[in-house]
Design a protein around this ligand. Structure first.
Ligand code: DGY
Length: 327
């Protein structure tokens, strides 16, 4: 005997409210959705309570997805969709052991994030942030031939650490600015029309701008430390739009203060968010900092949430997820 009662709708948890775009409304029309309504992000315990009994979970890159959270969800959990490209907050092995599909958002944010990397290159190298700060303090002064001097971007060599989508999008932009481009990736890749592969040491020694585009893993944590900064030219700029943990911040500050490095631009830091106005990273004159805004446009953030939602829908419909984690 078949019952006429509709099957219960799958339960889906969303770790924030007010996500951009229409995707969450679509999820609400299809599933029994519970969103975290708090003004602050949920703690691990709060996220665990939210996700209990759910089949799908939509989270941000800054949310921790570890074994405890997966166990808090229970055995019905089938998919964790990150509205984020980076997945260093996920215990990938714990998810695989529980048969949970984890997805992320490649493709949709590469150009937008590369824009911020290019902006940091221009800001740091041309000392544009320092110029703005001087104006705000009333220190513009008479025009001088030797005031606010930076270093040229055209003709400079850009060294990309990692050669994925964001690095390639930056290489295209840099070519338009007249830069030469080289890259290092642990797996030697073919040179292409935009960039040639070099060893890590050669990249550090010969680049005028070094830009970090590697994920944060146990191999890449702290990979730009004092010895690596010492290999760089004293006229070089370091830019990081990847993950803060790849760069040793203390070593970077020491290099900038000692004139071992021209400048740096960071969109990502260790221990985000950083809210102390006296933070040495905020007050160092040759350093430009941004609050992790690489993908922060209306269009791109909506596209990230849309892709995360499509991953949840695919898995819950029994289809292949469009963008599972690689590997
Ligand atoms: C990303 O997509 O990885 C951004 O850093 C936001 O998490």
């Amino acid at each position: 005997v078949m019952s006429d009662a509709p099957a219960p709708r799958p339960r889906v948890a969303v770790s924030r409210t007010g996500l951009p775009g229409a995707a969450v409304r679509r999820l609400v029309s299809r599933y029994d959705v519970t969103s975290w309504e708090g003004a602050a992000p949920p703690t691990s315990a709060e996220l665990g309570t939210l996700v209990r009994g759910c089949e799908g979970l939509l989270v941000l890159g800054s949310d921790r997805v570890d074994a405890a959270l997966l166990d808090a969800a229970g055995p019905g959990l089938r998919v964790v969709a990150l509205a984020s490209m980076g997945y260093d907050g996920v215990d990938v092995d714990a998810a695989a052991a529980r048969g949970v599909v984890v997805t992320h958002t490649p493709d949709v944010l590469a150009d937008t994030t590369a824009d911020v990397a290019m902006a940091l290159i221009l800001m740091a190298r041309r000392r544009l942030g320092a110029g703005m700060d001087a104006m705000r303090r009333g220190e513009w002064g008479a025009f001088r031939m030797d005031a606010f001097l930076g270093l040229d971007v055209q003709g400079a060599t850009l060294g990309l650490i990692g050669y994925g989508q964001i690095a390639k999008a930056l290489a295209r932009r840099a070519a338009g600015f007249g830069m030469r481009v080289q890259h290092h990736h642990p797996r030697r890749t073919e040179d292409d029309a935009l960039s040639r592969w070099v060893t890590f040491a050669e990249l550090l020694r010969t680049s005028d701008v070094v830009s970090v585009h590697t994920p944060l893993t146990s191999e890449t944590a702290g990979m730009i430390g004092a010895p690596e900064l010492a290999l760089m030219k004293p006229t070089a700029t370091l830019v990081n739009t990847g993950r803060g943990g790849v760069v040793d911040e203390e070593a970077l500050l020491t290099a900038l203060r000692g004139g071992q490095l021209h400048s740096a631009g960071l969109d990502v830091m260790m221990n985000e968010p950083r809210t102390d106005p006296a933070d040495p990273l905020f007050t160092e004159p040759h350093l430009v900092v941004l609050p992790h805004v690489g993908s922060a446009t209306e269009e791109t953030r909506a596209a990230m949430v849309e892709l995360a939602a499509r991953n949840i829908e695919a898995v819950l419909d029994g289809d292949r997820a469009p963008t599972p984690l690689p590997g």
